[in-house]
Design a protein around this ligand. Structure first.
Ligand SMILES: [Zn+2]
Length: 450
């Protein structure tokens, strides 16, 4: 995809003194779907260029997703329950999926993501085998379905193939979990070895949690990721029950256990990190581990408010994920980081809009192993998202406040255009590859009959 030229009314661009909003920005796409030139103050939209109204942002990175959780939307809001009863419902839907139905569902979910401005997703994938644990003919049939779904929706994917071996410390998998398991970490690695990077897809690894991978096998997963120079993700301390069980089993916190087995580091992302000790924060910061916060899920599941600000100050890059897809809205996810901190501290001003855009952009892409994405500059991947500044939510503030308006007032519904690798996949709010995303979602979820 080269030779294309886009013209943005306004664009949020990197600058030596920090990001700035520029006007009349010409962005040309060169070979390999990368940005060839960025020219601010270029004058009116020239003939032949594609006009993108509103504020152009780097494409949004959704660093933590379980695509099938989208099927739970609404269903899990009836009555009360806990994280653990929510999980029982989630397992019911997990049990209903096969490679074909997952392809249909994930295509629709990733298309919803595209419409919300997301150009890359990190899919934390553990639904590997058939119900009961029988292997598909292609042992990676489910993972391949997710990679194909992202292609159909026009977005990038990092398939974080997840090692999931036990129900808890020293506990065998339960019946609904049998399809997650490979037996041991070596068998997991042998299966994951068969997954290959393609143009729109990169392969990473994940440790489901310290509950699900025995301590003596954590190093195998970490080593696999190190050998492939692949991202490594892990759910960490989302619930205090995990901390309590880890302390009972090993006498240390989950963070300490991961540190002692070589799981932390600059290619690693710890997801949630809600309930941490001061030492945990230091271990994560000192190792430059990214922390992926999922605020809309964490509040939905009553997890608590993670110490994102302290983690960032201690050296952790922060990324953002929609995780359970209670909603899919990268702007809501970003502002929640600041607004949660305001509620907790009763003071304002912990994160600037620019820092929040970076978390959902450059740092999110880096966390997914796409360091060449997340900036609108020459040489970067031509992935961007245009947010309208003239809707009922965004009209009023001047364009110089575009970043603040996008983060603190816009919603997914204000996204007008999405470009991935130079390809225009959302135009005027319409997905050009999946023409009726709402129907695709409804049909795919109804088919599960869970
Ligand atoms: Zn998760």
């Amino acid at each position: 995809m080269s030779g294309l030229t886009y013209w943005a009314e306004y664009a949020w661009l990197p600058h030596a003194n920090g990001p700035v909003v520029e006007r009349d920005v010409l962005v040309t796409v060169g070979p390999g779907g990368r940005i060839a030139h960025v020219t601010p103050d270029s004058g009116p939209c020239p003939p032949g260029a594609v006009r993108l109204g509103g504020l152009l942002l780097p494409g949004r990175a959704n660093a933590h997703s379980h695509a099938f959780h989208r099927a739970l939307r609404g269903t899990v809001q009836v009555g009360s329950g806990t994280f653990w009863t929510w999980r029982d419902t989630m397992y019911r839907f997990a049990g209903a999926l096969d490679p074909d139905s997952y392809l249909a569902l994930a295509t629709a979910v990733y298309a919803e993501m595209a419409l919300s401005g997301i150009t890359a997703v990190g899919e934390f994938h553990y639904l590997h085998h058939a119900p009961g644990g029988a292997r598909y003919t292609d042992p990676n049939a489910m993972g391949h379905a997710l990679v194909e779904a992202a292609a159909r929706a026009g977005i990038r994917i990092t398939l974080l193939d997840t090692c999931y071996l036990s129900a808890g410390f020293g506990a065998d998998l339960t019946k609904p979990q049998l399809r997650f398991g490979d037996g041991d970490a070596d068998a997991w690695a042998a299966r994951a070895d068969a997954l290959k990077d393609t143009g729109h897809a990169r392969i990473g690894a994940a440790v489901h949690s310290v509950r699900a991978v025995p301590a003596d096998q954590l190093g195998t997963v970490a080593h696999w990721a190190a050998m492939r120079r692949a991202p490594l993700h892990v759910h960490l301390s989302e619930q205090t029950a995990e901390n309590d069980a880890c302390l009972t089993a090993h006498g240390v916190t989950p963070t300490r256990l991961l540190a002692d087995h070589g799981v932390l580091g600059p290619r690693t992302s710890a997801v949630h990190a809600t309930h941490l000790t001061d030492e945990d924060v230091r271990l994560l910061g000192d190792s430059s581990t990214t922390v992926c916060m999922c605020p809309t899920t964490e509040r939905d599941l009553a997890d608590g408010i993670g110490p994102a600000r302290r983690l960032a100050s201690s050296g952790c890059p922060i990324s953002l994920g929609s995780d359970s897809h209670a909603v899919i809205d990268p702007f809501e996810e970003a502002r929640a980081l600041e607004l949660n901190e305001r509620l907790r501290t009763r003071t304002r001003g912990h994160w600037t809009a620019h820092a929040l855009l970076r978390a959902g952009g450059e740092d999110g892409h880096a966390s997914l192993g796409w360091p060449e994405a997340g900036r609108i500059e020459a040489g970067a991947l031509a992935d961007f998202t245009a947010v309208a500044l003239d809707t009922v939510r965004t009209a009023g503030p001047g364009p110089q406040l575009g970043a603040e308006t996008a983060v603190f007032a816009a919603s997914a519904a204000d996204v007008r255009h999405v470009v991935v690798g130079g390809r225009h996949i959302v135009r005027d709010g319409e997905h050009r590859l999946v023409p009726d995303v709402a129907t695709a979602l409804r049909t795919a979820i109804a088919a599960l009959d869970a």
